[in-house]
Ligand binder design. Structure first.
Ligand code: DC
Length: 229
């Protein structure tokens, strides 16, 4: 393990939900607090999308995307204090956050060959971590159905848009809200492992909660799970 308490009991925590629910900040903080590894699976889908854009792949053509899905080598760091991601040795932590990648990632991540590839990567990382928090859209349902604890974060569209436009340094809230709703609709309606709450996930509505409260809530749930409650 790259970080934290060496005595921590290995535990696998799946945190799913739409964007703007505080998923990344919560997952990182919970992992750091509990001495667990951390995996941002959205960053992996963004990384493969970045590679497709950089290589001029026609993203309106699922067959073209599928044909090259196995090509880029994606390496994810799992230290919650320094999340890192590279593609073919290039650090892409910054370019995967551009509007261009954000607007194209749903089309790429809907392609089954892409999901199979990235899911395999995620399972390998989780199996080797010795305790990890994995955040995404389909972790509890598809990637790690045997996770020790599954959390599904939600929040109202208004709260999610306000948080995202804050992150995007003052972007228009209404435009952000529309873009979020479009991306969630695409992610929830795709055929292969859509954004969904697992039947055995604990749902946490973060609309009225501060980030610190959400972190505290999830840390408590993990500690209760570890204590066998
Ligand atoms: O969490 P994020 O906004 O960085 O995720 C980017 C996109 O990746 C999101 O729109 C859907 C996709 N994604 C996915 O399909 N499955 C996951 N487990 C994580 C993200």
């Amino acid at each position: 393990m790259e970080n934290g308490a060496p005595t921590a009991k290995p535990v696998v925590v799946a945190i799913d939900g739409p964007s703007g629910t505080g998923k990344s900040s919560t997952s990182r903080a919970v992992a750091a607090h509990l001495g667990l590894s951390y995996l941002d699976t959205g960053a992996q889908y963004r990384a493969i999308t970045w590679w497709m854009v950089a290589n001029g792949i026609d993203l309106t053509d699922p067959t073209a995307i599928a044909a090259v899905a196995g090509k880029p080598e994606i390496v994810s760091g799992t230290d919650p204090s320094a999340p890192a991601i590279s593609v073919d040795g290039v650090d892409v932590a910054a370019p995967i956050r551009t509007q261009e990648v954000t607007s194209k990632v749903s089309a790429v991540s809907a392609v089954p060959e892409v999901r199979t590839r990235i899911t395999e990567l995620q399972r390998t990382i989780a199996a080797g971590a010795g305790g990890i928090v994995v955040e995404g859209r389909d972790i509890g349902t598809t990637v790690l159905p045997d996770a020790d604890l599954k959390i599904f974060l939600t929040a109202s569209p208004e709260a999610r848009a306000a948080r995202r436009s804050g992150e995007l340094k003052g972007a228009d809230v209404n435009a952000t809200r529309e873009a979020l709703i479009r991306r969630d609709a695409a992610d929830s309606s795709r055929k292969t492992s859509p954004l969904a709450k697992a039947g055995d996930a604990v749902e946490v509505d973060t609309t009225e909660l501060t980030l610190a409260q959400v972190i505290e809530c999830v840390v408590t749930l993990v500690e209760e799970k570890r204590a066998g409650k």
